[in-house]
Design a protein around this ligand. Structure first.
Ligand SMILES: CCCCC/C=C\C/C=C\C=C\CC(=O)SCCNC(=O)CCNC(=O)[C@H](O)C(C)(C)COP(=O)(O)OP(=O)(O)OC[C@H]1O[C@@H](n2cnc3c(N)ncnc32)[C@H](O)[C@@H]1OP(=O)(O)O
Length: 271
C-alpha cells in the first residue's frame, strides 16, 4: 500500500489548490450550470443530461457515450455523477457488451477537472468534488464492458485520465493535445492516477509523462503509449467500432473475469 501524508494533502487542498486552479485558467469564479440532456436508452436515467447515449447496433451490444458539457467537457460534479450512473446501469444490463467514449464537441475530448469548481469552495466541498471524479474513473476502469476511447480532440489531465481508464484508445489526427499536465497546473499527481498510468504505459514512461506534465501531439501520444492508434478524424468512430467488435467477440465470462483480475489490484490506491 502507498502511504500518503493526509495532513499535507489536506492543507494543500485547503490553501493552495483553489488559487492555483484559477491562476492556471486566468479566471474568476465563473461556474456555469445548466447543460443539455438527451438519451434514448430505456435503462438510462442519470437525472442530468451531460452525456448523450447512442445505441450502435440492433442488438444493443455497443453503446456510444458522448460527453456533452460545453464548452470543453470540463468534468463537473454533475457530469461525473451522471457518467458513474450511466456506466453502472450499462454494467447491470446484460445485453450491453461494449462502450465507446467520445465527445460531442468538435475539438475537445475533455479538458479535465472543472478548475472553476475549486474556486471559493470549502475544503469539504473540494474533497467531495474530487471524490465524484475518482468514483467515475474507478467505475469506468473496472467496468465489465469492453471500452474504447475515441479521442476526437484535446484530452488534458483528467480528460487524459478518462481515456486511460479505457482498454483501447484511438485518437484523431489534428492540432490536439493529449497529456497529464497536473504538475504544471500545480496538482500533485494522486497515487491512483499514477497507478492507472503505469498500468497503461509502464513505469518508466509513465514517470516521464507524469513528471514532465507534457502535452503531446497525437503522434507523440502514440509514441509514449497514451494512445494505441492515430487515425484521420473521419475514421475515428468506425475504427473504434471495429476494435470494439473484435474485443467483444471473446467469450464474455472469461473476458470479464480476466479484466476484473487484472484491474482490481489498482483500486487500493487512493490519494
Ligand atoms: C491534492 C489532491 C488532489 C486530488 C485530485 C483528485 C483527482 C485528480 C485526478 C485527476 C486530476 C486532474 C487534474 C485536472 O484535470 S486539472 C485540469 C487541467 N486542464 C487543463 O489544463 C486544460 C485547460 N484548458 C485548455 O487547455 C483549453 O481550454 C483546451 C485546449 C481544452 C480548449 O481550448 P479552446 O481554445 O478550444 O478553449 P478555451 O478558450 O481555452 O476555453 C473555453 C472556455 O472553457 C474554459 N475552460 C477550459 N478548461 C477548463 C477547465 N479545465 N475547467 C473549467 N473551465 C475550463 C476556459 O476558461 C474558457 O472559458 P471562458 O473564458 O469562455 O469563460
Amino acid at each position: 500500500m502507498v502511504k500518503v501524508n493526509v495532513d499535507m494533502a489536506s492543507s494543500f487542498i485547503r490553501a493552495v489548490l483553489p488559487r492555483l486552479a484559477c491562476r492556471h485558467l486566468k479566471i474568476g469564479n465563473n461556474c456555469n450550470g445548466r447543460y443539455l440532456y438527451g438519451c434514448n436508452k430505456r435503462w438510462v436515467s442519470s437525472g442530468s443530461d451531460l452525456v448523450q447515449v447512442e445505441q450502435d447496433d440492433s442488438d444493443n451490444e455497443i453503446v456510444v457515450l458522448k460527453m456533452n458539457v460545453k464548452p470543453v467537457n470540463a468534468c463537473t460534479a454533475e457530469f461525473n455523477n451522471a457518467m458513474t450512473k450511466l456506466i453502472k446501469d450499462l454494467d447491470a444490463d446484460e445485453q450491453s457488451k461494449g462502450l465507446i467514449l467520445t465527445s460531442t464537441l468538435p475539438n475537445v475530448f475533455s479538458a479535465g477537472l472543472q478548475l472553476t469548481a475549486l474556486h471559493g469552495k470549502s475544503y469539504d466541498e473540494i474533497k467531495e468534488y474530487f471524490s465524484t471524479f475518482q468514483t467515475m474513473a474507478h467505475t469506468l476502469f473496472t467496468s465489465r464492458l469492453a471500452t474504447v476511447a475515441a479521442i476526437n480532440g484535446h484530452a488534458i489531465a483528467g480528460g487524459c485520465v478518462i481515456a486511460l481508464c479505457c482498454e483501447y484508445r484511438v485518437m484523431a489526427e489534428g492540432k490536439f493535445h493529449n497529456g497529464l499536465n497536473e504538475v504544471i497546473v500545480g496538482i500533485p499527481m494522486p497515487a491512483w492516477v499514477s497507478a492507472y498510468t503505469v498500468y497503461a504505459l509502464g513505469t518508466n514512461t509513465a514517470e516521464k509523462v507524469i513528471l514532465s506534465g507534457k502535452k503531446h501531439t497525437p503522434r507523440e501520444a502514440l509514441q509514449v503509449g497514451l494512445v494505441d492508434q492515430v487515425v484521420p478524424p473521419d475514421d475515428l468512430i468506425q475504427v473504434s467500432k471495429n476494435i470494439l467488435s473484435d474485443l467483444i467477440k471473446v467469450g464474455d465470462y472469461p473476458r470479464r473475469l480476466s479484466k476484473e483480475r487484472l484491474r482490481k489490484e489498482l483500486l487500493m490506491f487512493s490519494l
